[in-house]
Design a protein around this ligand. Sequence first.
Ligand code: 5GP
Length: 114
Amino acid sequence: MHETVFDRILRGTLPADRVYEDEDVLAFRDINPQAPIHVLVIPKAKFARFTEIASRPIEETGRFFSAVSKVATSLNLDSSGYRVVINNGRYSGQEVEYFHAHILSGRKLNWPPG
Ligand code: 5GP
């Protein structure tokens, strides 16, 4: 797998506005926010795409999504609500080939998404 900007953020060689970290994940603010709150959550155990989740340990996946929920709670988003987005592959517009979830909030989000 080639190195991505998220590898560098995780390693600490590229600065990021970190909002949460535990043994499984790191969360930081998106550099080009699409909503007033736009946070990215990455697993420390790297893989490139959501597609690969099917062949990864189920406990790892459970811990990842549990952490995404904790990040949203820590940002006080539970009462207002938020959206979790995962882009997978070319048609989704996935730019960074390091699996990640977007947490978006701080405004009423449109549905359907574009
Ligand atoms: P994707 O389209 O792959 O799901 O989303 C990648 C996201 O990473 C984009 O929203 C983009 O703005 C964000 N991003 C790209 N490079 C950087 C960076 O160097 N730092 C941070 N914090 N976010 C980045």
